[in-house]
Design a protein around this ligand. Structure first.
Ligand code: SF4
Length: 376
């Protein structure tokens, strides 16, 4: 089983914290969609006929696509891949796009999961982040999506922003619980290079994020979400009734995936490749049939490190038998030696698994670093 990610590189406006690849110039939208359709055809053999169990339309803002554009993408995917009948098919959507009419259109497609970019439910935070929607639209879009029959809904929330007090964060969480949504992705605000926020911080116009406030809000989230019956299954992901994101989980389990569109990454088990992060050059390369990606083959150490980084962010952690059977004796011996020196306050260790306790997942990088190896 494998997954497909499609990157739609357009947004209505630039959020102040965002460093993803996107353009606010929508005049090239049709050209990029045509190039994406071409890439789908060209890469039909990348996953070696593995059935597809997840499709994820991310971005950018895929909810900017209209029904015809979405239908053309799904038709092309069905022509080139065997898509499992119960595949999880997710669309990332912004609240301002999710009108009732749009939701009815989306329900006609094979999309069965929405990931809605709420970020905060407060107007003050939304303006600070330069989001295109209002607080009222955020709540209404979720209610409307539920009303038209979307059962699998996830929302994204951001904590630790300079404008978000602890009380506001608590209210954001209360609003989330009130809406009865089964999945939450919650991220701490980070100041990424070349963003509007980084520019303000560099010029001394804005204080950097406060790590202590970030951690306090992370712990508030953990306490409140547990009280409400949700389970934390990854550093930033929570669900109830086992509504895990199958697509994101497949990244953490090291499954193969194909990334289509400008800046999208792919992984076939042994190598990674990433597409050009420029819409015009991506379209030109597809048209001229020239290279539109770079590629690197992973060494054994790379694969071991990736396994540690992804696994130790999840509740499932590292499988000890997997490390023994999948890596050379130098790596598995190193792993076993370091394992017994780790701080028992932070980890859960059994004969089968090593994982990081939820309250320390925020610092799981420290456990990862201890287990890394320089050479074999
Ligand atoms: S809508 Fe999403 S991808 Fe677009 S700028 Fe905002 S955060 Fe970034």
């Amino acid at each position: 089983m494998a997954g497909i990610y499609i990157h739609i590189p357009f947004c209505k406006q630039a959020c102040s914290y965002c460093d993803f690849h996107f353009s606010t110039n929508l005049s090239r939208k049709q050209d990029v969609i045509n190039a994406i359709l071409q890439e789908i055809k060209q890469r039909k053999n990348y996953l070696k006929e593995e059935p597809i169990e997840t499709i994820y339309l991310g971005g950018g803002t895929p909810s900017l696509l209209n029904l015809d554009e979405l239908t053309s993408l799904f038709d092309a995917l069905h022509q080139s891949f065997e898509i499992h009948e119960s595949a999880e098919i997710t669309l990332e959507a912004n609240p301002d796009d999710l009108t009732k009419e749009k939701l009815i259109d989306l329900k006609q497609t094979s999309i069965n999961r929405l990931s809605i970019g709420v970020q905060p439910f407060f107007e003050e935070d939304l303006r600070f982040m330069n989001r295109a929607h209002s607080a009222i639209e955020a709540v209404q879009s979720i209610k409307d999506a539920q009303h038209v029959g979307f059962e699998q809904i996830s929302i994204d929330l951001i904590f630790g922003s300079q404008t978000t007090t602890n009380k506001m964060w608590e209210s954001n969480l209360d609003q989330f619980f009130e809406l009865n949504i089964s999945h939450l992705s919650a991220y701490s605000l980070t100041i990424e290079e070349k963003t509007a926020l980084a520019n303000k911080v560099d010029k001394g116009l804005l204080a950097n994020v406060d790590d202590e406030k970030n951690y306090t809000q992370y712990l508030m989230l953990q306490t409140k979400i547990k009280e409400q019956g949700y389970e934390q299954y990854e550093l930033s992901n929570y669900c109830k009734n086992s509504a895990f994101s199958k697509h994101n989980s497949s990244y953490w389990f090291g499954k193969q995936y194909l990334g289509i569109g400008p800046s999208a990454h792919s992984f076939d088990g042994n190598s990674r490749q990433w597409n050009i992060r420029n819409n015009a050059l991506y379209c030109k390369a597809l048209k001229d049939r020239t290279a539109y990606f770079e590629k690197e083959t992973l060494t054994e150490i790379d694969r071991y490190h990736e396994y540690l980084i992804t696994s130790l962010r999840t509740k499932w952690g590292v499988s000890l038998p997997f490390v023994q059977s999948s890596f050379s004796s130098s790596i598995s011996t190193h792993f076993s030696q370091v394992l017994h020196q780790l701080d028992r306050e932070r980890i859960i260790l059994s004969d089968e698994r090593l994982s990081v306790k939820n309250e320390f997942l925020f610092q799981s990088d420290e456990v990862v670093r201890s287990l890394m190896i320089d050479k074999i």
